[in-house]
Design a protein around this ligand. Structure first.
Ligand code: NG6
Ligand code: CA
Length: 517
């Protein structure tokens, strides 16, 4: 057979494989939930996924310059993890992996997305919300989305789909991408909130649309200076990434965003408090632009980045108050965590770096957001469920990719064999019944790293589709760190341990090649 003739055959085979996987997925996830039918109610689940909050950014993880009493209260009455990880050190890959139970490095193009990018998640496959929904949960998504919307060019003035509702959520109220990306409007279910049809929205990431000022042309109009990028349309004194026109009545007010999102999340809990529910709550704090409400502006000694941490803590308090009001605290598993490690200057000159005053956003770890070192993915992670989780600290190695199968197990829901290939059921670890987490785990930035036991191997081999073409001059392909004796990853010991380099790089290749963890 000629190579040309082979191509349609291969595509056909791939299509059939994908089709039968999707069918198996659907059939398995429709199985009934025994917990619901026997009359006992599985826990509600509230997953609070904050943005860019580092390991050292909350008081119960060692921060001293400000206070996070609401988050601390979860730790004082729950289980605080010291070796929990997001899958990646940036948002889109991290969230894609969490929602699908799949390492983002398995799929081409899972990188930080512009605000007009298509939905990355395959809507025919099981997701964290679809599995819980099939088990009888009401599922809601409130906050930052950033895994794409639509399928090609989005009409922001019409129905915006596929998105959260096609991914397994019954309700959604989202920022399409990030607070620093256009369009700066909320989308509720399929529609932009508060849109005036006489002022239609247009969005482009390629060229300027409309005639509103941009950060590049009119920097004198900015209330917050930019330090890198972010020179598109100015909305409310802050220039964003990308260009937009129209939709003036629908544009959010940055300073009110925390309260708006907390309000929508609380309303979802109130509306559904009599059913089992799953809330994926993703505050925009503490991502840039850091625009705290007047209640929080200037309240800390270490600048606006610390102010928005206190605002985030307030948000967590609002959710906890709503749960208490509905008498749901003993019936709800609450997880507080972050999508990736910390960054201080992320493209706006908001003074955070000058005012840091000794605060260490990543705690004792090296690197942060974008980085392959521990600070990139080792994030705060607290599990709280009074009466079911005892207070304590767990140093078990766990990964947010594990939440899909762990939540399913707690909910009595089934995940099809072919779904969530990297997710492990660590529910007994979340509940504190076991301290035995994963034996190995992959960390992602533009590079990959693998953890096993005390060792961590950073692998800077280029891989098509994901990885930046640049490796610093004289930077070795492999770095090996002994995290037990060198948690700060200061000394590369690859040369003195070639056998460990070899066995870890083989394990990494095996996990990649076999398509599952
Ligand atoms: C970067 C932006 C940064 C932030 C990040 C996404 C510049 C210079 N930097 O490209 O400000 O928006 O993307 O962050 O534009 S994340 O948490 O959503 O991954
Ligand atoms: Ca992030």
């Amino acid at each position: 057979m000629t190579p040309k003739a082979l191509i349609p055959q291969l595509n056909r085979r791939r299509f059939l494989q994908a089709f039968s996987l999707a069918l198996a997925d659907m059939a398995a996830s429709q199985s009934a939930n025994p917990a619901l039918h026997s009359g006992s109610r599985p826990p509600n689940i509230v997953l609070i996924l904050s943005d860019d909050v580092g390991f050292g950014d909350v008081s119960c993880y060692g921060a001293k310059d400000f206070k996070t009493p609401n988050i601390d209260r979860l730790a004082q009455n729950g289980l605080r993890f010291t070796d929990a990880h997001s899958v990646a050190s940036t948002c889109t890959p991290s969230r894609y992996a969490l929602l699908t139970g799949t390492y983002s490095s398995r799929k081409d193009g899972v990188q930080i997305l512009p605000g007009d990018a298509s939905l990355l998640i395959d809507t025919t496959r099981s997701t964290m919300p679809s599995v819980l929904k099939n088990a009888g949960y009401v599922t809601g998504c409130v906050g930052k989305w950033h895994v794409g919307l639509g399928n090609g060019k989005i009409d922001w003035n019409g129905n915006i789909e596929p998105g959260p509702l096609e991914t397994g959520f019954d309700y959604s109220f989202i920022l399409p991408a990030t607070a620093d990306r256009v369009p700066t409007v909320f989308v509720e279910d399929h529609r932009v909130v508060g849109l005036d049809p006489n002022d239609p929205i247009e969005v482009s990431y390629a060229a300027k649309v409309g005639d509103e000022p941009t950060g590049k042309e009119d920097p004198q109009l900015l209330k917050m200076k930019l330090s890198e990028g972010h020179d598109g349309t100015i909305v409310d004194g802050v220039s964003r990434i990308g260009f937009m026109s129209g939709g003036h009545a629908a544009r959010w007010v940055d300073e009110n965003m925390a309260a708006t999102l907390a309000g929508k999340a609380s309303a979802f809990i109130e509306k559904n408090h009599e059913k089992p529910f799953f809330l994926y709550f993703t505050p925009s704090d503490i991502h840039v632009p850091r625009m705290p409400n007047a209640k929080f502006a200037g309240t800390t000694s270490c600048g606006v980045r610390c102010d928005v941490i206190e605002q985030l803590d307030w948000t967590v308090g609002q959710i906890m108050t709503e749960l208490e009001r509905r008498n749901l605290t003993g019936k709800t598993l609450v997880i507080f965590t972050s999508d990736n490690g910390p960054v201080v200057n992320d493209g706006y000159d908001d003074g955070s770096d000058r005012l840091l005053d000794g605060h260490k956003p990543a705690g004792p770890y090296r690197g942060g957001k974008y980085s392959i070192y521990e600070g990139g993915t080792r994030i705060p992670f607290i599990a709280y469920w009074p009466g079911h989780i005892k207070q304590g600290v767990s140093n078990a190695l766990i990964d947010q990719v594990d939440l899909m199968r762990s939540f399913a197990a707690l909910a009595g829901a089934s995940v099809p064999k072919t779904g969530a290939p990297d997710s492990m059921n660590v529910s007994s670890v979340l509940l504190g019944h076991s301290r035995k987490g994963r034996s190995s785990l992959i960390e992602e930035s533009q590079w990959l790293a693998i953890r096993q036991g005390q060792w961590k191997l950073v692998d800077r081999n280029e891989r098509p589709g994901h990885l930046a073409p640049f490796r610093g001059e004289n930077q070795p392909v492999f770095e090996l760190y002994d995290l037990k004796n060198d948690p700060g990853e200061t000394t590369n010991v690859a040369e003195s341990h070639p056998e460990i380099v070899q066995s870890l790089s083989r394990l990494l290749e095996k996990i990649r090649a076999q398509g599952h963890s």
